[in-house]
Design a protein around this ligand. Structure first.
Ligand SMILES: [Zn+2]
Ligand SMILES: [Zn+2]
Length: 195
C-alpha cells in the first residue's frame, strides 16, 4: 500500500514538474528577477544566443559550453521543495515524501539529459524515438520564439497554459498573432461560422 502511494506521489510530483519547469523558465530564465539575475543572464543572454538559428545543434568535438544548468541548481530546487513535500505529507497523512523526492529527481535528471541531447546529438538510443524528435523540434521552436514552448521535457504545462506551438508561422509569434487576431475581429462578419 505504501509503495503504491509513493509511486502515485512520484507520478503526481513528476506532473507538477512540468508546471514548475514552465514557471521557472518563463519568469526566471526569461525575465530578470531579484535575486536570480544570473539565471536570466545564463539562459537568455548566453544559452539562447549561442544555440539559435543554424547553431541550434552544437557541432564539433568536445563538450559544448552553456548547455547544462549549474551544478547547484538541483540541490537548491530540492531543498526549496522539501518543506512543501513534508507539509503535503503531514496534511494528507500519506507517506509521500520519498515518492516526491524521486519524482522531482527523475524530472530534473531527464530534463538535463534530454536538453543536452537536443543540442548535442550523441547517437544515444533515445534519439531514435519519435517522441524525442518531437521534443527536439518543440525546443528548437522555443529557441526561435522565446515566449513559446517553455517546457523542455514534458509539454503538459505548455498545453494547459496556451504556449504550445508545433510549427513555424504567425501563430508562433505572439505580437504578430495578436495583430492578426485583432484585424480579424475588426472585419465585419469575423468570427461567425458559416451555416
Ligand atoms: Zn536549449
Ligand atoms: Zn528559454
Amino acid at each position: 500500500m505504501d509503495l503504491w502511494t509513493q509511486a502515485l506521489a512520484c507520478l503526481t510530483w513528476f506532473l507538477y514538474g512540468s508546471f514548475f519547469e514552465w514557471v521557472s523558465h518563463r519568469y526566471f530564465m526569461h525575465e530578470k528577477r531579484f535575486p536570480l539575475y544570473h539565471v536570466f543572464h545564463g539562459h537568455t543572454m548566453i544559452h539562447h544566443q549561442i544555440y539559435k538559428g543554424e547553431n541550434f545543434l552544437a557541432r564539433g568535438p568536445g563538450r559544448p559550453p552553456h548547455v547544462m544548468l549549474r551544478l547547484s541548481s538541483f540541490p537548491l530546487i530540492l531543498l526549496a521543495h522539501l518543506p512543501v513535500f513534508l507539509l503535503f505529507q503531514w496534511l494528507t497523512g500519506l507517506p509521500t515524501l520519498w515518492g516526491a523526492v524521486v519524482g522531482c529527481t527523475l524530472y530534473y535528471v531527464s530534463y538535463e539529459y534530454m536538453h543536452y541531447l537536443m543540442h548535442v546529438p550523441r547517437g544515444h538510443f533515445v534519439e531514435r524515438f519519435r517522441w524525442f524528435r518531437f521534443l527536439r523540434e518543440h525546443h528548437r521552436l522555443h529557441h526561435k520564439y522565446m515566449l513559446r514552448n517553455f517546457n523542455v521535457l514534458f509539454p503538459l504545462a505548455d498545453v494547459c497554459l496556451g504556449t504550445l506551438v508545433t510549427a513555424e508561422g504567425w501563430r508562433s509569434k505572439p505580437a504578430r498573432r495578436h495583430r492578426t487576431l485583432a484585424a480579424r475581429k475588426k472585419r465585419p462578419g469575423a468570427g461567425r461560422t458559416p451555416g
